[in-house]
Design a protein around this ligand. Structure first.
Ligand code: HEC
Ligand code: HEC
Length: 335
């Protein structure tokens, strides 16, 4: 397969760490460092990167995955809830795509098993990209450079289908991990990577019980938990959480625990985007999940710790999208 030497390939090579060295140097903590992505099909990821940035997968020709999961902004849109086709107000906050490959399942309620299954959702969602899989494939089929690239990646006799589209996007998303945060450097033995206040914040985070839900590589993303355990959470939004998938009343208001990686970049917080700042989110978590009111000083320490979780952001050349052909169906932004 022909693969262009891309900045992606170089980034992957530089961050590669042998697993033997890994095991011996990592501190024994409930949070583990982010590993560089493994076994990426680079040709497929490059194609997926184009699709991720291509607004022609939407009805308006204006909305791409990057519109709501902006890779210049921590993989989120920094809005309480997203804006979809025709400026529609979305029902729920857009989670970051960074490190989403580490999630136990996708979406706040986990209704998609993995990234490939997830990626088909927004294209056809009338409140998001408002297109259809058939129309999206039709657009791609009409663009000769895309046809060539799909053939390079999926085989010469291929005709483009939605499965390939979602597989390529998912492969690109697997590269969107953020290793090398200061906290990970500390986990890997570099004592001065975080300061005394940040370390005190981590100790509080651990000892007060935040790690019961926010742990592992993504500091979350690996379980569904009730929002509002000690005190109820009041939301103006209607999301019911995991019960929408399982049909069980006991799962009402259970949400996928969000990752806290890069959390300083992914405001506002919670599924309804109701908390604007980290001090506010930490205060609410302390009271509602743990029955603990943090002092301003404790809160500031935890926030300082959370900010050490910002890792290397994805860094690559912006993809140049192949131009439409004369036969490409034109976007319909206003009807
Ligand atoms: C109009 C805004 C919008 C667009 C466009 C959009 N998304 Fe999303 N995305 C969201 C929202 C909102 C959610 C959360 C929905 C939910 O949980 O019910 C989400 C969830 C996700 C998740 C799950 C993350 C997690 O932690 O659960 C991934 C991955 C994702 N989107 C990737 C994509 C990809 C890939 C595309 C392009 C094909 C895309 N999104 C297009 C708004 C958008
Ligand atoms: C019982 C499990 C649990 C515990 C304990 C817990 N959390 Fe959470 N945390 C969650 C869940 C679930 C959400 C998502 C809630 C929602 O969106 O409605 C969340 C959301 C957050 C968010 C917002 C992230 C985002 O992107 O929206 C932050 C910040 C956070 N927690 C920090 C903490 C801190 C700090 C502690 C300790 C004081 C803590 N959490 C304790 C389960 C927990």
């Amino acid at each position: 397969m022909k693969v262009k030497a891309s900045s992606l390939a170089i980034a992957l090579a530089v961050t590669a760490v042998s697993s033997a060295a890994w095991a011996t140097t990592v501190r024994d903590e409930p949070i583990t460092p982010i590993r560089p992505p493994q076994n990426i099909n680079l040709g497929m990821a490059e194609l997926g990167k184009k699709l991720y940035f291509d607004p022609r997968l939407s009805n308006s020709g204006f909305i791409s995955c990057n519109s709501c999961h902006n890779l210049s902004r921590g993989g989120s849109d920094n809005l309480p809830t997203s804006i979809g086709d025709k400026w529609q107000e979305g029902p729920i906050n857009s989670p970051t795509v960074l490190n989403s490959s580490l999630n136990v399942a996708q979406f706040w309620d986990g209704r998609a098993a993995d990234l490939k299954e997830q990626a088909g959702g927004p294209i056809a969602n009338p409140g998001e990209m408002a297109f259809s899989h058939v129309l999206a494939v039709g657009v791609l089929e009409s663009i000769p450079a895309y046809v060539r690239e799909f053939r390079q990646v999926f085989g010469m006799d291929t005709t483009i289908d939605i499965d390939q589209v979602t597989e390529a996007i998912a492969e690109f998303e697997k590269t969107l991990v953020t290793p090398n945060s200061r906290f990970d450097k500390w986990l890997m033995g570099q004592d001065d990577a975080i300061n005394a206040i940040e370390l005190a914040g981590y100790t509080l985070f651990k000892e007060s019980g935040c790690v019961a839900c926010h742990n592992g590589e993504a500091v979350g993303g690996n379980s569904f938990q009730r929002m509002g355990i000690v005190e109820p959470y009041h939301s103006t939004k209607e999301a019911e959480g995991r019960s929408a998938v399982t049909g069980k009343d006991a799962d009402r208001f259970n949400f996928k625990v969000p990752t806290l990686r890069n959390v300083e970049m992914t405001y506002p917080y919670f599924h309804d985007g109701a908390a604007n700042t980290l001090p506010e989110a930490v205060d609410i978590m302390g009271r509602l999940q743990l029955g603990r009111k943090f002092t301003d000083d404790e809160n500031a320490k935890i926030v300082a710790f959370l900010k050490t979780l910002t890792g290397d952001q994805p860094s690559f050349q912006l993809p140049i999208l192949p131009p439409s052909s004369d036969s490409t169906p034109r976007p319909k932004p206003f009807d």
